[in-house]
Ligand binder design. Structure first.
Ligand code: HEC
Length: 698
C-alpha cells in the first residue's frame, strides 16, 4: 500500500500540471501548492493549509511600528469569519450573509461587490450565525459558497456571476459557511446542518462549467442503498433506523490537499442528532462521524479514514483545521497530518495511510483519560455517555470544543503549531421525551433543564471555568512550548510569519502581534469589536501588509448566554482592517457598549406558563438569542425588547415573521400563538430574575 503511494507522486504531479492548468490563466495548482510569497491564493494560503507567510519585512524588531493603512466598513453587522484572498494587489473578501467584495490594496478603494441575496429565512437553518469563511481562486475566477447552499463562480476582475449551482436539497436544513478549495480545475465544497437532521457530503464541480464531477457521502444511506464499498462497510457501525434522521457528518469547514499523493483530506462533523441513543440506538462507532477521511481527488474514491471520536455523542466534530507538514520523527522524515479537533486531543497521523503516530490532550479534558498508544482510540470515561446513563454529565470540552473553526498556523523553522484553544464545558443531559422537529435544533438533549440558573455561585463557577488560550504546540514532543492565557473563549484565528510573528484577534476587541518564539506581545491594536477571523499577510510593490476582518459573532456570540460575555461586552462593528508599517489611518471613535438597566413589564404569568415558555425558548430561541435569554452582542437581548410589553407586536415578529428578512424567521408553522406568548412570559420572568440579581449586587 505504502509502496504504491510513494510511486504515485510523479505521475500525479504530471497530471496536475497538465491540460486543466494550462487552460487556466492566473491562479493555478502549482502556485497554490508552492505558495507565492507576495500573495494569499487559497483559504489556508497553500494546499497544506499552514497559514505561514514567508514575508519578513514586518518582524519582531519593527512590529511596534505597525499602523492601520486603511479600513472599510462592511454592510452586515453579523459575525465575520472570512479569510481574505490577496491576488495581484487586490483583496477579495466574503462577509456575513455570503457577500463578496474586492478592494484595491494601495488605495483601499472598493472595486466591486457581489450579493447573492440569500433569503433572510435561511438563518434559521444555521447553528452558528450567518457567517462565511471565504472564497477559492482558480484561473481568473473566484468561487463562493452561500448560506442557502449554492456554489457560485465569479469573474475575479468584475465580480460578475458566471455560473451558479445548487449543491444541497434546499427543502432540507443544509447551509454552507465554509470556503471551497480548487484542485486541478475541480471546485470542492461541503455543507453544514448536522444540528438539524441532514446527511453530510462533499461535492466536486468543474470550475469551468459548474458541472458536478463526483459526490462523496460521509455517512451511509439505508441498508441496501449504499453502492460504494466504504459506505457498505460503514453500515455495520450504525444501528436502528439511523438514516431517517440524516446521521450528520457534515463537512462544514476544513479540507487540505496533498498534490503528490492526490489525496484530499476532509474533516467530518458530529452526529445528527448529537445524542447517540436517538441516532443509533445501541451504539456503534457510526463511521465516518468525527473522522478525518482521505479521498482520491481525481475520482472521489475513498482512500482511508481515522475516526477520532467513535460513537460521538457530544458534538465533537473533526471539522477543525487540517494541517499538513513534513516532520522528522524518530530520525525519519514523515508526511504528517496534524489536527486539534473539538475533543481536545492533538493528533499526528501519517497522511499517506491514516496511521496514528501520536496524540495528546492540549487542554484539560474529562471525557477520556487518554488515547490508546497503538490505535489512537480514546479511552473513554463511562459517565461521559450521558445518552446511556440518563444522568447529567458536565463534560469538558463542551460543544464549543477545545478548538473550533478558528484556523491554527504553523512555523516550519520552529516546528511549532499555534492553536487558538479554549477551555469549555457543558452540562450534557439526554431529553427522554425528545421528538425530531422540522425547524430548529435537533440534538436529543435537554437544554431547558441545564439552562443557566440565576444563582450567583453557579454563574461565577461556570464563568471561571470557561477561558481561552493561545498555545504554541510542539507536535513531535506533543507538548506546549508556551501558552498565553485569555479571559474568555472564542478568540481569533492565527497567522504566523517568517518575521517571527504570530498575529491574532481577541474576543475582547484587540488585534495583536506576538513573538512566535515565546508568546511575548509586541504590538496591540484596539479593534473596537471582537476579532474572530484569521489574518493574512501579503505584499504589494515591495510593501508588506497584514489584513483581517473584524466583527464579533459566530456560535459563541449567540448561544452560550452569559459565557458569550466572558471576555467583556463588545458590539459587532464589522470592518476590513489593513495594516502596514507606519500606517497612519485611524478608526472613528468607538461607541459605548454598557448594558442599559433591565426594565421589564410586570411578571404576571403562572409558573406553569413560564416553564412551558422556557422549554420552547431553550429548544428554538436560545441558539440565537442566548442561553437563559442573555444575548452575546450580535442578536437582540430579548430581556430588553420593547416587545415584551406588546403582546401583539411580539406575535407579529415571532409568529408572523415581520423581521424574517433580517434573519428572524416566523414560527407559525411550528408554534401556536399561545406557545409564542408563553415564551414572552418566560423572557419577562428571566428579566425580573436578572434585575433582582443586579439589585442584590453590592
Ligand atoms: C436563527 C436565529 C434566530 C432564532 C432561532 C430566533 N431569533 Fe429572534 N431574532 C433574530 C435576529 C437576527 C433578530 C433581529 C432582527 C432584526 O434585526 O430586525 C431577532 C429579533 C427578535 C425579536 C425582536 C426583538 C426586538 O425588540 O428588536 C424578537 C421578539 C425575537 N427575535 C424573538 C424570538 C423568539 C421568541 C424565538 C424563538 C421562538 C426567536 N426569536 C428565535 C434571530 C433569531
Amino acid at each position: 500500500m505504502r509502496g504504491i503511494l510513494t510511486l504515485a507522486p510523479l505521475v500525479l504531479l504530471a497530471a496536475c500540471t497538465g491540460a486543466a492548468d494550462k487552460a487556466a490563466q492566473g491562479v493555478d495548482g502549482a502556485a497554490i501548492a508552492a505558495g507565492t510569497d507576495d500573495q494569499w491564493l487559497s483559504y489556508g494560503r497553500t494546499y497544506d493549509e499552514q497559514r505561514f507567510s514567508p514575508l519578513k519585512q514586518i518582524n519582531t524588531q519593527n512590529a511596534a511600528q505597525l499602523g492601520l493603512a486603511w479600513f472599510a466598513d462592511l454592510d452586515t453587522a453579523r459575525g465575520q469569519e472570512g479569510t481574505p484572498l490577496a491576488i495581484d494587489g487586490k483583496l477579495y473578501i466574503t462577509t456575513a450573509w455570503s457577500k463578496a467584495k474586492a478592494y484595491d490594496v494601495a488605495t483601499g478603494k472598493l472595486i466591486w461587490e457581489y450579493d447573492p441575496k440569500v433569503p433572510g429565512e435561511t438563518a434559521v437553518k444555521a447553528c452558528c450565525d450567518v457567517v462565511n469563511r471565504g472564497m477559492a481562486a482558480w484561473g481568473d475566477r473566484l468561487f463562493l459558497g452561500t448560506l442557502d447552499g449554492r456554489l457560485i463562480a465569479l469573474d475575479r476582475a468584475t465580480g460578475k456571476e458566471l455560473w451558479s449551482v445548487v449543491t444541497v436539497d434546499q427543502s432540507q436544513n443544509y447551509t454552507i459557511t465554509g470556503a471551497p478549495r480548487v484542485i486541478n480545475g475541480m471546485v470542492i465544497i461541503g455543507n453544514g446542518g448536522a444540528e438539524y437532521g441532514v446527511r453530510g457530503y462533499v461535492t466536486a464541480y468543474d470550475a469551468a462549467s459548474g458541472k458536478q464531477l463526483w459526490r462523496f457521502y460521509t455517512v451511509p444511506d439505508a441498508p441496501g442503498k449504499n453502492g460504494a464499498d466504504y459506505l457498505k462497510k460503514a453500515e455495520a457501525s450504525w444501528k436502528g433506523e439511523y438514516w431517517k434522521l440524516g446521521g450528520g457528518g457534515t463537512v462544514w469547514d476544513s479540507m487540505a490537499y496533498d498534490p503528490e499523493l492526490d489525496l484530499l483530506y476532509i474533516g467530518v462533523g458530529n452526529g445528527s442528532p448529537w445524542n447517540q441513543a436517538y441516532r443509533s440506538p445501541g451504539g456503534g462507532d457510526n463511521l465516518y462521524l468525527s473522522s478525518i477521511v482521505a479521498i482520491r481527488a481525481k475520482t472521489g474514491d475513498y482512500a482511508w479514514h481515522f475516526q477520532e471520536t467513535p460513537g460521538e455523542t457530544w458534538d465533537y466534530t473533526a471539522t477543525q483545521h487540517i494541517m499538513l507538514a513534513d516532520l522528522t520523527i524518530d530520525g525519519k522524515p514523515r508526511k504528517v497530518l496534524m489536527h486539534a479537533p473539538k475533543n481536545g486531543f492533538f493528533y499526528v497521523l501519517d497522511r499517506t495511510n491514516g496511521q496514528f503516530l501520536s496524540g495528546k490532550n492540549f487542554v484539560p479534558v474529562n471525557w477520556a483519560t487518554g488515547l490508546d498508544p497503538k490505535t489512537g482510540r480514546p479511552i473513554e470515561v463511562a459517565d461521559a455517555r450521558y445518552d446511556k446513563t440518563g444522568k447529567l454529565w458536565l463534560g469538558s470540552p463542551g460543544p464549543g470544543g477545545a478548538h473550533s473553526w478558528h484556523p491554527m498556523a504553523f512555523d516550519p523553522a520552529q516546528g511549532l503549531v499555534f492553536i487558538p484553544a479554549q477551555i469549555t464545558s457543558f452540562p450534557y443531559l439526554a431529553d427522554p421525551k425528545w421528538k425530531p422537529s422540522p425547524m430548529g435544533f435537533n440534538t436529543g438533549d435537554d437544554f431547558a433543564s441545564v439552562s443557566m440558573p440565576p444563582v450567583p455561585a453557579v454563574r461565577e463557577g461556570t464563568l471561571k471555568a470557561t477561558t481561552g488560550e493561545l498555545i504554541a504546540w510542539d507536535p513531535i514532543a506533543q507538548k506546549a512550548r508556551w501558552r498565553v492565557p485569555y479571559k474568555g473563549p472564542w478568540n481569533g484565528g492565527l497567522l504566523a510569519t517568517a518575521g517571527g510573528l504570530l498575529f491574532q484577534g481577541t474576543a475582547d476587541g484587540r488585534f495583536l502581534a506576538y513573538s512566535s518564539a515565546d508568546g511575548k506581545p509586541l504590538w496591540t491594536f484596539a479593534a473596537q469589536t471582537g476579532v474572530i477571523a484569521p489574518p493574512i499577510s501579503f505584499s504589494v510593490k515591495g510593501e508588506q501588509y497584514v489584513a483581517v476582518l473584524a466583527g464579533w459573532g459566530g456560535s459563541y456570540a449567540l448561544s452560550p448566554g452569559l459565557i458569550s460575555l466572558k471576555s467583556g461586552r463588545v458590539r459587532n462593528v464589522s470592518r476590513l482592517l489593513v495594516f502596514k508599517l507606519g500606517g497612519k489611518a485611524a478608526l472613528p471613535a468607538a461607541q459605548p457598549v454598557e448594558e442599559a438597566p433591565l426594565n421589564p413589564p410586570a411578571d404576571t404569568a403562572s409558573a406553569e406558563t413560564v416553564k412551558r415558555g422556557g422549554a420552547i425558548y431553550a429548544r428554538y430561541c436560545g441558539v440565537c438569542h442566548g442561553d437563559a435569554a442573555i444575548a452575546g452582542g450580535v442578536t437582540p437581548d430579548l430581556r430588553h425588547s420593547a416587545m415584551l410589553g406588546d403582546a401583539d407586536g411580539w406575535q407579529t415578529i415571532v409568529h408572523d415573521g415581520a423581521l424574517a428578512q433580517n434573519g428572524m424567521v416566523g414560527w407559525s408553522k411550528l408554534l401556536s400563538r399561545s406557545d409564542i406568548d408563553s415564551v414572552r412570559a418566560y423572557v419577562i420572568h428571566r428579566a425580573h430574575e436578572d434585575k433582582a440579581l443586579a439589585a442584590a449586587k453590592p
